[in-house]
Design a protein around this ligand. Structure first.
Ligand code: IYR
Length: 225
């Protein structure tokens, strides 16, 4: 069977100027050092963040590669205090159920070092929540079409967003209350979209702390063959 859509025409790729090896290694070391400073922050100041900066970081995320270039995502940026309060209420209700019984003991054990609990003040304190939805299906010429590699695609876009936010000087927290279906209702998104995660974004509060944890040694995460 032949596909319905022919290949797109090819255009010259000019997005990556040539860099010599010394400069490439210098940049790689700089990127690694910078990104190793990134931490998940749970204490946010109420200092607002310009909408334009959030939009540009999301714009960066929208450049992510995706299965068949289907771009199976939708990002909702929330700054309205009333909506943040509704999200916090709904998330804390799910989290109470999680911490008070739904979570298996082994999961609570794994979370012990992070010191997390059912209280999620950051959902209101932080100036911005970016709620990311995965579109399991899309529409093409009025027909429902299946999306491929949705989790991978949305995961990559989210990673680019986390990186972009860090690079511009903003802290973030990936937050996944479970289940998260309440987000469809609060944010008026169709049921064909699955909430993927909430990215809490802003400036760290004065005196913000993070757990004293380590990253695995390079050699335990990486093999060269
Ligand atoms: N959703 C809960 C539990 C939680 C789960 C994992 I995996 C974490 O890395 C952190 C928390 C919460 O947000 O508290």
């Amino acid at each position: 069977m032949t596909p319905d859509s022919p290949p797109r025409r090819q255009v010259p790729f000019a997005g990556l100027p040539r860099v010599d090896d010394a400069e490439l290694c210098r940049r790689a070391a700089e990127v690694a050092a910078d990104l190793r400073q990134r931490r998940s922050v749970r204490h946010f100041s109420d200092r607002p963040v310009p909408d334009a900066a959030i939009d540009d970081c999301v714009r960066a995320a929208l450049s992510a590669p995706s299965g068949a270039n289907q771009q199976p995502w939708h990002f909702v940026t929330v700054t309205d205090p009333a909506i943040k309060a509704r999200i916090r209420d709904a998330a804390e209700e799910e989290e109470r159920a999680f911490y008070q019984g739904r979570a298996p003991a082994a999961w609570l054990d794994a979370l012990g070092p992070l010191g997390t609990d059912e209280h999620k003040p950051f959902l209101e304190d932080a100036p911005c929540l970016i709620v990311i939805f995965a579109q399991m299906f899309g529409e093409h010429d009025g027909h429902k079409v299946k999306h491929y590699y949705v989790q991978e695609s949305v995961g990559i876009a989210t990673g680019i967003l986390v990186t972009a936010l860090h690079q511009v000087g903003l802290a973030s927290l990936t937050h996944t209350p479970s289940p998260m279906r309440f987000l469809n209702e609060i944010l008026d998104r169709p049921s064909s979209e699955r909430p993927f995660l909430i990215l809490v974004v802003g400036h760290p509060a004065d005196g913000a702390t993070v757990p004293d944890i380590e990253r695995r040694p390079f050699d335990s995460s990486v093999t060269r063959r």
